[in-house]
Every structure is written in structure tokens, then in C-alpha cells.
Design a protein around this ligand. Structure first.
Ligand SMILES: [Cu+2]
Length: 441
């Protein structure tokens, strides 16, 4: 995040600092020739039939449990590696089921607690250009793809071996002891894609995890070094790092945004629903409290706040599973430290109507016309949702600890989207249990 102003600065950090000015100007005028700033909408109306990219940019992984994930990737100087045209094909489905038109990091906002500085790593510091080469050892069992980075900050070559595609076991996918005393169990497998981008002293691992059961998880892990410039011993807004109490590393937040453009069943038209549950004490002879769940259709743009027993889903208008239920993906939020310092960080999720000009959650550098807001909160202004874009905000308040040196252990933040009625049954159901769908006896 930090541009190092110290004379002992690492060469890369200096090189990056030198790049920021002219590059930012060039992009503001409409993007570089090699990396159109908002190419993703072109896929919006297409179906999952033909990949929207050439072979070098395709990823297709059939996991040992039988599920295949397919997608395209591309590079952009701000967000880094962006994934497009993502589809899921579990065993028993004859063709890929499109999930997302596009998924990308849409901002890393890092305000320091003493008010001294704030970094917008994606839009101001060209996060993508800080892509680092990976050593073979950090992509175990996988392949490292070469990413063309026209203006790399930490390499003399534009060809960065920077995108790892590998698979990993995640433990039990399920376990069940049947009436006939037979154990059914499966070990789940995931496709994992990740990059490491250096932004000043920090390095971020951007991880995309595709499970064989259709769940997709987006995580950002911060590592590298605490910024040596952001120390202050005076105002109590830090934590003593190093001997005694001579120097306090200044506390700060990492507010990370992802932008998801759903394309369920090959259509960008989707419905958004919010679910809330209210628990009431037992009455009469009830043995337990009661819980009433209600659904609210989100028909207009919304800035949503997470809450206990509240969740949202994006529902397909184009496809149903074999039980006749509309396919959907549910937003699964995890821990967050929501930062109230800005309107754009005040909410956990934003649903906005698709506009190709709205690409970054804050400091949006694209020219959207006079009076058009620069951050996602301003784009929630009453439009009807027909092609919803989902912006997820996950915050982490980083109060440094002695263990953060050196290097800093990775601290993760992120969320998942999980299939809801995408398939009629558990996509990994063994053949012997295939008849046990619904209220069976
Ligand atoms: Cu931090």
C-alpha cells in the first residue's frame, strides 16, 4: 500500500512510485491499448457454449471428483488478474452451467487510524502492475501461467510467471452412515488460482477457490512487511513492535472490495432476494422458540448491511435444476470489520444495475460523464435491477503484533458464493444414493 519515501527504499518500490503519475493519467483517458478497462460486458449476453477467450487464456480443470470448472482470465493494470465467463459442470450435468460473467478485485482501501494517510491500492497504485513471479515451489502440483504485464513494477520483463493454477484437497465433502451400515464419504477437491501482487511494503495473495460442490471463494491475504513509514509512538493508535515501547506500528484498516457480474445460465438478467429470520419465544405448548423467515425481493439498487440470519441470493431467470427450482447463488459472508469512515465502506454489499463505466468501488477513474459519482455508494440511486452487479466489502482492522515481523504472516479476508438449487441434489451424490431426493422413505 505504501509508497516508500525512505532513501533506503527498495528499488521496486521506487520504480513503482515513479510509474504512478503518468500511468494513472494514461488510464484515465480510456485505458491502455492492451488492457481495455471494461471489456467484461461483452460476455454479458453470451451463453456458456463457447469460451470468450483464446486457448492461452482458458482454464479448464476437471477435478478428480468429476466436477469441471471453466473460465477465462485476463490481465488489467489496476485489478490484476480478472476472471471471466466462469462455469461449473458437476457430474450428471450434460453441459457447463454459467455462473459469472466476470469477477475481480474492485478496491483495496487502506486508511491509517491516525488519519495520516489512506491508500487506494487498486485505483491509485496500479495493483495489477505489481504482479510478482512465483517460484515453482509456491504452486505445488500446479502450473504457473505467464501473464503479460506491459508495465511491470518489479520485473524487467513484461512476461511474469504470475498466475498459479493448481488443485487442493479440502477434507470431507460429506460423510454418511446408511441404514445398511455402509459408510459413504468423499474427500472434496478444489481448483485454486492465485497471484501475488506487491504494493509498496505489503504483498497481497489474491486467491480464487472453486470447489467441486459449486462453491466459489474469493480471498485476499495480506503479507510482506509492515510499512516502516507508518510508525508513531505518540498518539496511542498503534501497537508497540520491537523492544519495549519505543515504536508503535500505526493501526489501519484493509477494506477490500470484489465486483461480481453474474451470468447465471448464460443470462445477465437475474433477480436478487433478501432473506431475514425473526426468532420469537415459544408460546402455548411449543417446545422451542419459533423462527419465521421472510423473503424480500430486491427490485431496486440496494446498499445492504449484513445481520444475523440475513442473507441474499442472486436467482437465475434463465435456468432451473432438474427439480424445477430456479438456480441461484447465495452470498456467504464471513467475518468483517466494517469501516464507518466513508460512505462506500459503510455497507457490506451493494447491488447496482450494470453500467460498464462503474468498475471500481471507490475512486472509479473511468469517465462516466458529468455528475456521475466515483464510488459504489453513489451508484445506489434507485435504478431498477435487471442486470445486478454485486459488490462485496470485507474489512479487516489490522492492529499489528510482534509476530508481524518478519515477513508478516498472511492475514486473510474474503467471502464465498454457494450454489442454492443449481443442481437437484448434492452434485457429488454417489450413484447408490441417487434416488434419495426429497421426502423419501
Ligand atoms: Cu495491515
Amino acid at each position: 500500500m505504501r509508497v516508500n519515501r525512505d532513501s533506503r527504499a527498495r528499488q521496486g518500490a521506487l520504480r513503482r512510485r515513479a510509474m504512478v503519475g503518468p500511468l494513472a493519467v494514461g488510464l484515465a483517458l480510456g485505458g491502455t491499448a492492451s488492457a481495455p478497462a471494461f471489456a467484461d460486458h461483452k460476455e454479458a449476453a453470451t451463453t456458456a457454449a463457447a469460451p470468450a477467450c483464446s486457448a492461452a487464456y482458458q482454464i479448464e480443470q476437471k477435478l478428480s471428483t468429476g466436477t469441471t470448472w471453466r473460465m477465462c482470465w485476463r490481465f488489467e493494470s489496476r485489478s490484476g488478474v480478472i476472471l471471466d465467463d466462469i462455469s461449473y459442470q458437476p457430474p450428471g450435468e450434460s453441459k457447463p452451467i454459467k455462473v459469472l460473467n466476470s469477477a475481480k478485485l474492485a478496491q483495496i482501501d487502506v486508511p491509517y487510524d491516525d488519519g495520516s494517510i489512506e491508500y487506494n491500492d487498486v485505483t491509485d497504485y496500479s495493483f495489477g502492475n505489481g504482479l510478482l513471479n512465483l517460484t515453482p515451489a509456491e504452486c505445488p502440483g500446479g502450473t504457473i501461467k505467464t501473464v503479460k504485464v506491459p508495465e511491470p513494477f518489479y520485473s524487467d520483463s513484461p512476461n511474469i510467471k504470475g498466475l498459479c493454477a493448481t488443485t487442493r484437497s479440502r477434507g470431507h465433502a460429506y460423510h454418511m452412515l446408511s441404514d445398511a451400515n455402509k459408510t459413504y464419504q468423499a474427500q472434496g477437491k478444489d481448483l485454486l488460482l492465485y497471484t501475488v501482487n506487491k504494493v509498496g511494503w505489503y504483498e497481497y495473495i489474491t486467491e480464487w477457490r472453486f470447489q467441486d460442490d459449486g462453491t466459489m471463494t474469493m480471498n485476499a491475504g495480506a503479507t510482506g512487511s509492515l510499512s516502516p513509514d507508518d510508525y508513531d509512538a505518540g498518539d496511542g493508535r498503534g501497537w508497540p513492535i520491537g523492544k519495549g515501547a519505543r515504536a508503535y506500528a500505526t493501526s489501519h484498516s484493509h477494506n477490500i472490495f470484489w465486483r461480481l457480474d453474474f451470468g447465471l445460465d448464460g443470462s445477465s438478467k437475474a433477480n436478487v432476494e433478501q432473506y431475514d429470520s425473526v426468532v420469537s419465544p415459544p408460546v402455548g405448548g411449543q417446545q422451542a422458540p419459533t423462527n419465521k423467515t421472510t423473503m424480500t425481493k430486491v427490485t431496486k439498487e440496494l446498499a445492504g448491511d449484513a445481520k444475523d440470519m440475513r442473507w441474499w441470493r442472486v436467482v437465475s431467470t434463465a435456468g432451473k435444476n432438474k427439480d424445477g427450482h430456479a438456480r441461484s447463488y447465495e452470498l456467504v459472508q464471513g467475518p468483517t470489520a466494517k469501516y464507518p469512515g466513508h460512505n462506500f465502506t459503510k455497507h457490506d454489499v451493494y447491488f447496482t444495475e450494470y453500467n460498464p463505466c462503474e468498475q471500481y468501488a471507490s475512486g472509479n477513474p473511468l469517465n462516466c460523464g458529468a455528475g456521475h459519482g466515483k464510488s459504489v455508494d453513489t451508484w445506489v440511486n434507485g435504478q431498477t435491477l435487471t442486470h445486478p452487479i454485486v459488490w462485496v466489502n470485507v474489512g479487516f482492522h489490522h492492529i499489528a503484533r510482534d509476530e508481524d515481523q518478519q515477513p508478516m504472516p498472511v492475514h486473510w479476508q474474503g467471502f464465498s458464493i454457494a450454489p442454492r438449487d443449481v443442481t437437484a441434489m448434492n452434485p457429488l451424490t454417489p450413484a447408490a444414493l441417487a434416488g434419495e431426493n426429497g421426502h423419501w422413505h
